[in-house]
Design a protein around this ligand. Structure first.
Ligand SMILES: O=C1C[C@@](O)(C(=O)O)C[C@@H](O)[C@@H]1O
Length: 307
């Protein structure tokens, strides 16, 4: 898997300016390369203080990529970056050390947002999320390149390519990812969110995920079969109501999904909370005290449809 990491403006001052993020940019890049190596990912890392350079780099690297990790920094409100990411048609994860003061526009083009957490965790969680295989990319025959061709100069940009070999086990509860991954993380540390704000990650995504990763018309992208969505939960409930699943099978499925989400598995953007609650109810739905009647299952179906 080949990933592009884009560091936005002023991140060259990481650790110099505030000293609170666990190190400087070179330390972050070293940590990224090390984790990528463990995960078997090839990484290209670019920092630029120029919006156009970030876009040109994206366009130049596009042909080779399977995914993008971007910290837009002060450019989180950039519609240009948002459109560039959408045009890329690749899964992108937005990482920020701290949740932005306002909604991130760039995050709207991302399948996941990971905001906050100690040290470099947002970035490392993003690598691990890609490494989990949750995003499956099928390369189209040819992809429209944006901006300059690879190899052309990129003013103000620094490029560091590396290649790696192997995957590492995902570290549990380590960071604060955007919304999705997050509620559990609130007690244990960082928060993960799918979608926007996450602590990050989620909402827009819901709509996006179904199409998903659907940016750019879903070019060559296949949502992972195990991505937790409202549609998936609805399907399972329908299977239960029609007798294709037993009560205990539904409860067991819900339990495994709930545990996965608590460990940080991505969920449909903007609906993490509803999904977690639904899974909790379903997990308990075959116990005498908390059994869900068919009518209550239908109510849940409706909530998931409306939510
Ligand atoms: O440089 C940074 C760090 C930052 O990008 C973050 O990751 O939290 C947020 C930006 O607003 C700020 O300019």
């Amino acid at each position: 898997m080949r990933l592009l990491v884009l560091h936005g403006p002023n991140l060259n001052l990481l650790g110099v300016r505030d000293g609170s993020s666990g190190g400087r940019l070179e330390d972050l890049d070293a940590a990224l390369h090390a984790r990528a190596e463990e995960l078997g990912q090839a990484l290209t890392v670019v920092q630029s203080n120029h919006e156009g350079d970030l876009l040109d780099t994206l366009g130049a690297e596009l042909e080779e990529l399977d995914g993008i990790i971007i910290n837009p920094a002060g450019l989180f409100g950039s519609y240009c970056l948002k459109e560039g990411l959408e045009a890329a048609g690749l899964p992108a994860i937005e990482v920020l050390f701290k949740p932005p003061a306002r909604e991130s526009v760039v995050g709207e083009a991302c399948v996941l947002q990971i905001h906050g957490g100690p040290g470099f965790e947002p970035y490392l969680q993003a690598l691990e999320t890609f490494g989990s295989g949750v995003f499956t990319t099928e390369k189209p025959e040819s992809k429209k390149a944006l901006g300059k061709k690879k190899g052309s100069s990129s003013k103000g940009a620094k490029v560091t390519p590396i290649t790696v070999l192997e995957r590492a086990a995902r570290k549990e509860g380590s960071s604060e990812t955007a919304r999705s991954l997050s509620r559990a993380a609130k007690t244990a540390g960082p928060t993960k969110t799918l979608g926007r704000k996450l602590a990050p990650v989620e909402d827009l995504r819901a709509a996006r995920q179904a199409k998903t990763l659907g940016r750019g018309g879903g070019k060559g992208l296949t949502p992972a079969a195990d991505l937790l969505t409202r549609a998936l939960v609805r399907q399972k409930i329908s299977d239960r109501l029609s007798g294709r699943l037993s009560a205990s099978e539904l409860a067991a499925w819900a339990r495994s999904q709930y545990q996965a989400v608590q460990r940080g598995a991505p969920a449909e953007n903007g609906h993490r909370e509803l999904l977690e609650e639904s899974l909790q109810s379903l997990t308990l739905s075959n116990l005498p005290a908390t059994r869900l009647s068919d009518e209550q299952l239908v109510d849940l179906l409706t909530r998931l449809d409306e939510g």
